[in-house]
Design a protein around this ligand. Structure first.
Ligand code: B12
Length: 309
């Protein structure tokens, strides 16, 4: 699996982002150039508090990249020079103007053609245009992968295209993660993965991404995770929530029993437990877990359960 390094600082013990550490920042001139405004307008916005900035010891204004991204998402400003914001792939994705509602089909075409930078650029552009990570993952991303899943039925090429598309999607999601504001250092922690026998990488990665976009820290433990190890992680890392993604009918009866036992264990520790994924129905509903249909539901449930004392 290809991993894209995140640019935020990380705690050396937990490898989690430290929200208080310095992040990449831009001068008013650089941000002005990126969004096609004058430097003086940007300086005025900083001085009036429209845009949050820090001052260097030398008295220069610096705008954190996450603040620049917030400004672009919240306003109708268009990103004229994506390279200045560190997202050059957005430029590449511009070649096709996509009608609303057709993003999933466009994403499918780009995945099918193996156009990695276009896929990255498209996901980043959707986010910068104000779409939430939930909307992107439950919407175009899911639809595109579903369409990719039909190809193997028609030709042998469909199989390698599916493998390549999975790798590209993992890379693109990690890029998207790289521009999210890091959750605060003291935010609740959620951990999760997919059980032994389940090779699917993207569902658990997406679960981790949507939770991080909701300011919840995460450890994504990925596919093929023995549940005894997930139980150990629950005891050692003491998360507030555990997610489990089940995307294959191929998991064993023993694994399903382990999920039920894990639910009982987590209930005694008052750790919220959410099960989702295409094949979540394999686990009986009484397994002391909340069954969720979508990533949006995962975030809604997490917010609710983490708010409870
Ligand atoms: C990529 C892929 C693979 C890759 C996975 C690579 C990897 N490293 O991840 C590989 C090559 C391993 C693979 C293998 C197989 N696959 Co496959 N695969 C897919 C494909 C195209 C995409 C899966 C994916 O990542 N989707 C993206 C995720 C994010 O979408 P999602 O699963 O729908 O998840 C959504 C929700 O369920 C929810 N969600 C997911 N997880 C969680 C967790 C929580 C906590 C919550 C709340 C919500 C939630 O949110 C997501 C977004 O809305 C699907 C097609 C499809 N419909 O998805 C086929 C598909 C699942 N595969 C299929 C098949 C047949 C197989 C194989 C048998 C043969 C094959 N085609 O190669 C093997 C079996 C493997 C196994 N052991 O089970 C079939 C399954 C048919 C069925 N019986 O239901 C599908 C549906 C394709 C098809 N139409 O035929 N596959």
């Amino acid at each position: 699996m290809r991993m894209t390094p995140r640019e935020d600082a990380r705690d050396e013990n937990t490898d989690r982002p430290l929200g208080v550490e310095p992040e990449q920042s831009l001068s008013p001139k650089e941000l002005a150039g990126a969004v096609g405004l004058s430097e003086s307008t940007l300086k005025r916005w900083v001085d009036s508090g429209v845009v949050a900035a820090i001052k260097t010891p030398g008295g220069h204004r610096r705008i954190p990249r996450s603040e620049a991204i917030r400004l672009i998402r919240d306003s109708s400003l268009s990103l004229i020079n994506p390279g200045l914001l560190g997202v050059p792939d957005v430029e590449i994705a511009r070649d096709a103007s996509i009608s609303p509602g057709l993003e999933g089909i466009r994403l499918f075409e780009l995945l099918q053609e193996g156009r990695e930078r276009h896929v990255r650029g498209l996901l980043l552009s959707l986010y910068l245009a104000g779409r939430s990570v939930i909307e992107i993952c439950d919407g175009p991303m899911r639809e595109a992968m579903q369409r990719i899943g039909e190809l193997w039925k028609h030709s042998d090429s469909g199989i390698y295209i599916e493998h390549r598309a999975s790798d590209i999607m993992v890379s693109a999601l990690n890029h998207l993660r790289g521009i999210l504001p890091p959750p605060p250092a003291l935010a609740p922690l959620a951990i999760g993965g997919a059980p032994s026998g389940d090779p699917y990488t993207i569902p658990s990665l997406s679960a981790s991404l949507v939770l991080e976009s909701a300011a919840i820290r995460t450890n994504n433990l990925g596919p093929e995770l023995p549940l005894r190890s997930l139980r150990r992680a629950a005891d050692e890392l003491q998360p507030s929530l555990i997610w489990l993604s089940i995307s294959t009918e191929g998991i064993t009866r023993e694994t399903i029993q382990d999920v039920v036992a894990l639910g009982e264990h987590l209930a005694t520790r008052r750790i919220a437990f959410v099960i989702g994924g295409r094949c979540r129905g394999l686990v009986p509903p009484a397994a002391l877990a909340h069954h969720a249909m979508s990533l949006g539901e995962l975030v809604a449930y997490s917010r609710g359960s983490l708010a409870r004392p």
